[in-house]
Design a binder for this molecule. Structure first.
Ligand SMILES: Nc1ncnc2c1ncn2[C@@H]1O[C@H](COP(=O)(O)OP(=O)(O)O)[C@@H](O)[C@H]1O
Ligand SMILES: O=C(CO)[C@@H](O)[C@H](O)COP(=O)(O)O
Length: 533
């Protein structure tokens, strides 16, 4: 690799846009973020999103993401960042969100003028200004229709890696087509958040990559092509609007002249396909066989690198973002950081420090108290509401504050272990948990994770593994142009750091509690079904 080269990774996540630059030794040399609520208050988002009146529909303004890119690049420029050193860049976006480009927008993208910020140049380019995002759960009817069209939920999972999920883009597109047929027909290209962001950099429509494309309920994860039955079940002319999918390490082209003239990028700076934030984290965490990654971002996710896909009715299989002949398994829990923040505000004076002190001073196992905290309709499992059980399995209406905090954190991690084991994952003596995402800086939360899984927890130098993974992917994608496409130089990046090990006797405490948690969970799922019907 070139001694003076830099590689950039961008992360268009739910609450913020982040950027990381690494040097030729893959060490981080620049890091920044634009926080949507705080830095761009004119869009009026909360946690980066707008939750609509029905509480099921959740969107984000597409121009917010574009203005955030203008902001972060301007800040880099003001800080003296030397864009001409950037040999390649890549990026990632929150998964499943979809962007609807109006007919004629390709022309606008092709002819961006360096004198104008992107959010002004592109302000009329979208047929739908509020993009549906991963937190949306308003498409149950579309999901049932899609499953029926292919012969059932398991058949759909066998083809696309997942049964129909409300947030998956195919079902979101189907809803847009049904509710806004005019806007749908005005649209010449549909992007994912990741490929939309890549389009901004190449000044043209960027292809969807295999890995993020696996989160749409449309891509055949074995053949790596769009499945015609799924496309037709969702909306007409969808194949043309999506374009072809490409391997995640593809080089899409060079940055558009816009970036050369406005920011001083080299005209030879390559853009490597953008992917979903969880696939990007997998690349950033450098998972090895037997390891399990837990991302504690806006959502909590758990993922593994797998060779043989066995799609199930819970969880997802995506095409692997590093080796496209392999796969990754993923479980997503919607009530992650925002739920923890809510309980922190109610029970520990809005202070993470106090929250941590309470976790430290309460006993593992919480004297038998277990809780389920689903502020919004959960994905895994499909259930809603707050449910608390005492040691006798009786549902109670309140817990003391310190019991509440431990019940929340233990419950979140017990659910992760139970669902990972149902997917066939086995915790072995050599198992490592690799933690990332905003909450992975909290050692007391990680101690509970370690105790519940009875395995050590490691982190990498930054909690932003998705963003870092994209800087690595930028370097990897470029090297694949000149040499064999391996990820080996990335494996030389700084190693993981051991943060916590399980406390003695953890297994004795949590084995019986896990069984009780699963029993109580069945009652909670049942109660949610009754409320919904
Ligand atoms: N000290 C802390 N303890 C627990 N959680 C934290 C702490 N610091 C930040 N967080 C959580 O990290 C979340 C943001 O995580 P991040 O991975 O950056 O999100 P995303 O990439 O989804 O935008 C915040 O919502 C916050 O709740
Ligand atoms: O829906 C999923 C994964 O299937 C979410 O994990 C989104 O990809 C959002 O990610 P974060 O903003 O929480 O990192």
């Amino acid at each position: 690799m070139d001694a003076a080269a830099h590689y950039l990774g961008f992360d268009f996540s739910t609450q913020q846009l982040k950027v990381i630059a690494v040097n030729e030794q893959l060490l981080v040399v620049y890091e920044d973020n634009v926080h949507f609520d705080k830095d761009l208050p004119e869009f009026g988002t909360q946690g980066g999103v707008h939750v609509r009146g029905d509480k099921l529909t959740v969107t984000s303004p597409v121009l917010l993401w574009i203005k955030a890119l203008d902001c972060i690049l301007e800040r880099m420029k003001s800080s003296g960042f030397n864009f001409s050193k950037v040999k390649s860049l890549s990026g990632t976006g929150q998964q499943h969100g979809s962007v609807y480009w109006k007919t004629g927008s390709r022309e606008v993208l092709n002819h961006l003028s360096a004198g104008q910020p992107l959010h002004i140049a592109l302000q009329t380019c979208f047929a739908i200004g509020d993009s549906p995002i991963w937190m949306d759960s308003s498409t149950s009817a579309e999901c049932r229709h899609l499953e029926k069209s292919v012969g059932g939920a398991q058949v759909l999972a066998n083809i696309t890696g997942s049964r129909a999920y409300e947030r998956f883009s195919g079902n979101q597109i189907a809803k847009i087509y049904k509710q806004k047929p005019e806007e749908y027909s005005q649209c010449e290209r549909i992007s994912l958040v990741s490929s939309f962001a890549a389009s901004l950099f190449i000044g043209d429509y960027a292809a969807i990559d295999y890995s993020d494309g696996s989160g749409m309920n449309l891509l055949d994860i074995h053949k790596k092509t769009w499945n015609e039955t799924c496309l037709n079940a969702c909306a007409p002319d969808l194949k043309e609007k999506l374009g072809s999918a490409v391997p995640s390490s593809s080089v899409l082209g060079n940055v558009s002249p816009y970036y050369v003239h406005r920011y001083g990028f080299s005209p030879r700076c390559s853009v490597v396909a953008f992917t979903g934030d969880n696939p990007a984290s997998l690349a950033g965490m450098r998972l090895e066989e037997g390891d399990i990654a837990v991302s504690l971002g806006t959502s909590d996710t758990l993922f593994l690198w797998i060779k043989e896909p066995t799609p199930a009715l819970e969880g997802h299989i995506f095409i692997n973002p590093v080796q496209s002949q392999d796969y990754m398994a993923l479980l997503c829990f919607k009530n992650g950081s925002l739920m923890r923040e809510k309980i922190r505000d109610d029970c520990s004076s809005a202070s993470w420090e106090e929250f941590s002190n309470i976790l430290r001073s309460t006993p593992p196992g919480n004297n038998g108290h277990v809780g389920f905290y689903f502020d919004v309709m959960e994905i895994t499992p499909q259930a809603v509401g707050i449910h608390r059980f005492n040691a006798e399995n009786q549902e109670v209406s309140e817990f003391p504050k310190e019991v509440e905090i431990r019940a929340l954190v233990e419950g979140q991690f017990m659910a992760k272990r139970i669902y990972a084991e149902r997917l066939g994952y086995k915790i072995l003596p050599q198992t490592k948990i690799l933690a990332t995402g905003g909450a992975s800086c909290n050692q007391d939360i990680l101690q509970v994770l370690s105790d519940v899984f009875n395995a050590p927890v490691h982190t990498i130098a930054t909690a932003n593994s998705a963003c870092l993974g994209c800087a690595y992917r930028a370097a990897h994608g470029l090297s694949s142009l000149t040499s064999a496409s391996t990820f080996t130089h990335v494996l030389k990046a700084p190693q993981h750091k051991l943060v916590v090990t399980p406390r003695p006797e953890s297994d004795k405490v949590y084995q019986p509690l896990l069984e009780r948690y699963a029993e109580c969970e069945s009652a909670v799922i049942q109660a949610s079904k009754i409320i919904n019907n």
